[in-house]
Design a protein. Sequence first.
Length: 223
Amino acid sequence: MRNSAFPEPYPFSDPALADEDGLVALGVPVTAANLRVAYARGIFPWPFSPRHAVPWVSPGERAVLEFDRLHVPKTLRQARQRTTWAFTIDREFDSVMAACAAVRRPGQRGTWITLAMRAGYETLHREGGAHSVEVWDGERLVGGLYGVDAGGLFTGESMFHHEPNASKLALLHLIEHLSARGATWIDIQQLTPHFEVLGARIIPRDEFLLRLRGERELGRRLF
């Protein structure tokens, strides 16, 4: 049921005018229409707790992974060369989201990937705006990731693994897929130690929004 207190899609304000915390809106429903508009403007939902209203943000700093700066450690290169796993795209989006929601994260009780969040992204996936990478050991799903196509730029949302390196190899498969279609970077939102090792870096929001606008103007098809 739609929340009549909010129009859909929601008219998000200019993210460039947000403060350093990046708050653009609060409590807007996580629907496919709102997700599509938000990501196109460099905004994403960031629910710190499933018990509170969802903040939609465009942080003052953004983490990105540029493919020409990608550093693949030797052990990961070797794992990629030896793997017998199969990789697919968009075969089991809902299962990937469910697996990401089930990941236990230090210092967190429960998951921010709530059923309402999943419903919004799963609908967006069916409409062609959200995508997943799956890693298979036979018929067993052992790793993967999902994110949103913001209109020529992939924004990563979450990853999971049931076997060592499965999520990292999913990322490398995604980068290979995107590179073949002309993409040169992805948005990873926040810088983690794992992504920093791979060569990711922080850029200011103004630079990110400018680059996002440039990607959208190119009209590149990623999937």
